[in-house]
Design a protein around this ligand. Structure first.
Ligand code: DC
Length: 220
């Protein structure tokens, strides 16, 4: 049986993992899994369906039936493009709140593992290296100071035309990280065999080059 290589890139909110994962996948022509998008999709779909954040059964059942389609940089929910809608801070916070429920996480496990296809996969999230792909060929845990992350998130949102306030972002990031780290189900933490990469003072390209070098990509 062919073992399909996986590179996992985990880390806190706005650590740059999405951008780094994207560029590493491009450089290797690998598939990409943005697992946070799945939690954001469940958050958006459940909000629209009027399912409460504590209705674990309702949320898990919705996550199992999630009608989602991914394209390059775009995502559709029941045929409607929601690429921008899922990026709202409120949706990210709601995603973090529903991600504490183990049945919701279980409902998304098979969907996430289904992204593992030749020639390889780069998966970013919180528990890619610890839970979803424990046998990944390379595991990276990205960190960055909370100030650096708030600045990046601010720029990301403004670039997308979404209004933002840096103090609110800082507060939201801290409380979201705190919840992601302290939950019982698949808490945010580096896998024991993960390489740690602090990107506070790094450019995206430097971070990408480091990941490619760890992977042993030709020319890196
Ligand atoms: O990476 P992101 O900001 O798009 O993720 C949104 C939330 O989803 C995050 O705060 C926690 C949750 N999440 C998770 O619990 N596990 C993952 N693998 C990815 C995201």
């Amino acid at each position: 049986m062919t073992i399909v290589d996986v590179i996992t890139i985990d880390g806190p909110t706005a650590s740059g993992k999405g951008t780094v994962a994207h560029k590493v996948a491009d450089a290797l022509s690998f598939h990409l899994l943005d697992s946070g998008a799945l939690y954001r999709l469940v958050a958006l779909a459940s909000e629209r369906a009027g399912i409460g954040m504590q209705d674990v059964e309702g949320l898990a059942s919705l996550a199992t039936r999630l009608d989602v389609k991914f394209g390059p940089d775009r995502v559709w929910l029941r045929g409607e493009e929601v690429s921008l809608a899922i990026r709202a801070e409120a949706t990210g916070n709601r995603a973090s709140a529903i991600a504490v429920h183990q049945p919701v996480r279980d409902a998304l496990t098979a969907l996430q593992r289904g992204f593992r296809k030749l020639p390889g996969l780069v998966a970013d999230g919180r528990d890619m290296g610890t839970v979803i792909f424990p046998d990944a060929r390379l595991k990276v845990f990205l960190t960055a100071s909370v100030e650096a992350r708030a600045r990046r998130r601010y720029k990301q949102l403004i670039d997308k035309g979404i209004s933002a306030n840096i103090e609110d972002l800082l507060r939201d990031l801290e409380s979201r990280d705190q919840r992601d780290r302290s939950r019982a189900a698949a808490p945010l933490r580096p896998a024991e065999d993960a390489h740690l990469l602090d990107t506070s003072d790094m450019t995206v390209d430097q971070a990408v080059a480091q990941v490619l070098q760890w992977y042993g990509a030709p020319g890196s």
